[in-house]
Ligand binder design. Structure first.
Ligand code: BG6
Length: 484
């Protein structure tokens, strides 16, 4: 199988915050990889814009270092790197003042696709939008790209949306949730809507429950100042986990089209029930394995912010009434493993006597690592000993099934930035989606704050707090083991 690379139109992409961490780790290396793959036309320009005084050559040096650090060796072709760097420029800019804007205006061409990536603190979104407008740099065809955190509650998200809406319409705004750029996350839609096999069973009549797990081994060391003001709920659940939940639960859109898909996701978010305090477990990792605990990594040594959360969520609509969705995510857990597991119900009647051997069918979609699918099915245990049943996996690794193409999956940012240039918003969050997600999240967080709830400690390298096990046990269910 040969993957098709269709070049995008020539573009000018301005990266505000171009010298920052995200730019160095993801944006510049991602753009280079797309250039290497032949997707970026040679007459495109990437302009870094940030506060530091620097010239084009300085920015190219920074980009070269980022490529050497974050691009795999087999793609680091010196000629390619130099050709890519020749497309780079830099303008020192004052986001809140006038410095640099006239220069930027000179650099950005009018006859190519224009995109402005706001890789900066959200408090600057409004300022940048205003100046792009005032200096007549952006026009009705320009696109702007913003990153999370998109607000920290409904009110602040509304203010950010309003700040952008002053000068840009919704069709110009690309709100990134990098989970939507992950190949396997997009695969959720392919699996559901390109196969007849699953859809007839995709409802509470046949599905007992769904588990969505995003487990990480990393701590928050080094980003405690940001994380402590967010916690797992704001950092992961309100956005990434919510998107996964939507893709699993939504109705089939009439077409794979931005608003058709986003309309269906929005309906899921709006159908989410409020979550009672008893259906949520929050945790904080403790010191262990020679590393500090959450309270040492956070800014506030008495912090009540959670680095782990497990919760039971209900969707009140015809399809899902009666099927709980269990979500869990956390830092410093025993393995880095993200998956969605759909557990089906028992057959209505068993013709076999071997009740003991029977297990539910489970469809597991592994998001990372070892991307793939696994369907647990019942078969006869081999041998002459009567009709005994046993469960076996129909296991597929995407990398194995797809050969070379499967092994070389582009990073989420590569896909998303190319979608911005193509003008395709399907994998970006719409303003109303983000607001609906905060409207559901806000009362949960307010409840913790009002009650002064403290997260439970959990051992570093474990599966999370004991109480999370109880959340499942009391429903007669079990979490799947967290493992790579
Ligand atoms: C980010 C969160 O959005 O996603 C991080 O801020 C988290 O806390 C990261 O570690 C997880 O992304 P990925 O792609 O590594 O699963």
């Amino acid at each position: 199988m040969v993957s098709r690379v269709i070049p995008v139109e020539p573009f000018d992409l301005v990266v505000f915050g171009g010298t920052g961490d995200l730019s160095q780790r993801k944006i510049l290396p991602g753009l280079y990889r797309r250039f290497w793959a032949g997707q970026i036309p040679a007459d495109s320009m990437i302009i870094g814009a940030a506060r530091s005084e620097m010239d084009d050559a300085g920015f190219r040096d920074l980009a070269r270092a980022a490529i050497m650090e974050f691009v795999a060796e087999d793609k680091r072709d010196p000629e390619m790197i130099e050709a890519f760097l020749a497309r780079l420029g830099y303008v020192a800019i004052d986001a809140k003042g006038t410095g640099g804007w006239a220069e930027l205006k000179k650099r950005v061409r009018k006859d190519v696709v224009q995109a402005f990536y706001f890789s900066v603190a959200p408090s600057l979104f409004g300022d940048l939008a205003q100046r792009l407008h005032d200096h007549k740099i952006a026009d009705a065809n320009s696109r702007i790209v913003v990153e999370k955190p998109f607000g920290r509650d409904l009110e602040s998200a509304k203010a950010l949306n309003a700040g952008l809406a002053k000068h840009f319409n919704e069709a110009q705004i690309y709100r990134i949730d990098h989970y939507l750029g992950k190949e396997t996350v997009q695969n959720l839609m392919a699996v559901r809507f390109a196969n007849i096999l699953f859809e007839p069973l995709w409802k509470s009549e046949y599905i007992d429950h769904v588990q969505i797990t995003v487990a990480e081994t990393v701590s928050v060391d080094g980003r405690g100042a940001y994380y402590d003001k967010s916690g797992a709920m704001r950092d992961m659940v309100q956005n990434h986990m919510m998107q996964l939940l939507c893709l699993i639960a939504m109705e089939p859109p009439y077409h794979f089209d931005p608003d058709a898909v986003r309309d269906e996701k929005l309906k899921v978010i709006r159908a989410l029930d409020p979550v009672p305090a008893d259906d949520i477990v929050r945790g904080q990792y403790l010191a262990g394995n020679g590393q500090g605990g959450y309270l040492e990594h956070a800014e506030d040594a008495a912090s009540k912010t959670e680095s782990y959360i497990a919760m039971k969520v209900h969707i009140s609509n015809w399809r899902w009434k009666g099927t709980p969705f269990y979500l869990r995510t956390g830092k410093r857990l025993r393995a880095r493993a993200s998956e969605i597991a759909i557990t089906f119900r028992e057959p209505p009647h068993s013709i076999f006597d071997d009740a003991e051997g029977w297990r539910e069918n489970v469809l597991v979609i592994r998001l990372q690592p070892n991307e793939g699918m696994n369907l647990m099915v019942m078969i006869k245990e081999p041998g002459p000993g009567g009709m005994r049943l046993t469960q076996v996996p129909l296991d597929m690794s995407f990398a194995e099934a797809l050969g070379e193409d499967g092994a070389d999956i582009p990073d989420a940012y590569e896909r998303l930035i190319m979608d911005v240039i193509r003008g395709n918003q399907t994998l970006f969050m719409r303003g109303d989606e983000v607001e609906a997600a905060w409207a559901w999240t806000d009362p949960i967080i307010q409840g913790w704050e009002k009650r002064g709830d403290k997260p439970k400690g959990y051992d570093a390298g474990s599966s999370g707090p004991e109480d999370a096990l109880m959340l499942m046990h009391r429903d007669g269910r079990r979490w799947r083991e967290i493992r790579e």
